[in-house]
Design a protein around this ligand. Structure first.
Ligand code: UFG
Length: 325
């Protein structure tokens, strides 16, 4: 089956493309390279273009005989979404609508959609299952939820089959060291910790030490990017087997605090990583941990490489390579 990956030049998308190719799938990537990197797409056809260009997408779906889409292309910075909600609505929601229209025109009826734990908003209990109220507290989460609602309606209205995968904290990198996180600006904890280890930054800031957690710092559920990608492969199989519509968490059911991440990084790198305590970052909940029961029941998915040492070792390989190049 031929697969179109939107946003396949980005962090998670590029790992997905590599895994699909390793599984013998034909892959076409559609990416406008606004945040992605051309050299992250190796071995697949890259079409530089806009997911909101309905005519381009419809033509591509037909010409490449696409059977399913994996849709990563979206803006994903919470703070930026608060500063410019309209940019997020236009890119993440309005363009997704155009993408769905193009799919419908080309009679492509399977989609795996990249969603986020940010759809839940302030957590009311842990671990968070999919029945938890979805009340996003920032425009980024709201745009992802809006697309989920659109996909539910498209299933009911004309039978679009889709799975939204709600990632908790994506982390880690390709174990071969060819791919990894390359955000500009980088805002995610693990790459920032490793940049402090490699000397690219003087130190890492710890945002808040007074949360109601075991050491006062925020708890997050880190999941290896390749575990996420495996869940997408399983979601494609579920759709091919006649699956209709689901929203599924991807996490590990285990949280780590910011200080635990830094300690694990010190252990794995052998470097005493400089850290400084800083005020809380606005909007950060104390803890976000996923219930994984639905992923296991529906997709038969369990993370196999999402322990902190493996995540950090793989991300560290990528950081050292980035420093060397
Ligand atoms: N943190 C620091 N110092 C830093 C960067 C982060 O202490 O320099 C802390 C944050 O306060 C947070 C934790 O490290 O407690 C993780 O922060 P990230 O920015 O790496 O990730 P978030 O949990 O904020 O964000 C993730 C996804 C978002 C998603 C959000 C909510 O990256 O896309 O979870 O689900 F919206």
């Amino acid at each position: 089956m031929n697969v179109l990956v939107t946003g396949g030049a980005g962090y998670i998308g590029s790992h997905m493309v590599k895994m699909l190719l390793a599984h013998g799938r034909n892959v076409t990537v559609l990416d406008d390279l606004s945040t992605g990197h051309r050299d992250a797409v190796a071995g697949a056809r890259l079409v530089e273009g806009d997911i909101g260009d309905e005519a381009l997408v419809a033509q591509l779906l037909a010409a490449e005989a696409i059977g399913a889409l994996i849709h990563f292309a979206a803006f994903s910075l919470v703070a930026e979404s608060v500063a410019d909600p309209e940019k997020y609505r236009r890119n993440n929601v309005v363009k997704a609508e155009a993408l769905l229209r193009a799919m419908r025109a080309a009679k492509v009826d399977r989609l795996v959609h990249s969603s986020t734990a940010a759809v839940y908003g302030e957590p009311q209990y842990q671990p968070i299952d999919e029945a938890h109220p979805a009340q996003p507290v920032n425009p980024y989460g709201a745009t992802k939820l809006a697309v989920e609602r659109m996909l539910e309606a498209a299933h009911a209205d004309y039978g679009l089959h889709s799975v939204s995968l709600r990632y908790f904290n994506a982390a880690g990198a390709d174990p071969e060291g060819r791919l990894g996180e390359r955000h500009d600006p980088e805002t995610h904890l693990i790459p920032l910790v490793l940049q402090a280890a490699s000397g690219r930054r003087k130190s890492v800031q710890v945002f808040g030490g007074d949360f109601a957690t075991r050491d006062g710092t925020c708890v997050r559920d880190y999941v290896h990017v390749n575990d996420l990608c495996e869940a997408h492969l399983r979601a494609l199989d579920w759709l091919a087997g006649g699956g209709g519509r689901e929203a599924i968490n991807l996490g590990t059911e285990h949280g780590a605090t910011v200080l635990e991440v830094i300690e694990a990084a010190c252990r794995e790198t052998g470097i005493d990583i400089p850290k400084v305590m800083a005020p809380r970052r606005p909007g950060d909940p104390a803890a976000l941990v996923a219930s994984t029961a639905r992923a296991e029941r529906i997709l038969g998915w369990r993370p196999t490489r999402s322990d902190l040492p493996t995540i950090i070792r793989d991300a560290w390989r990528w950081e050292r390579r980035s420093v060397a190049s």
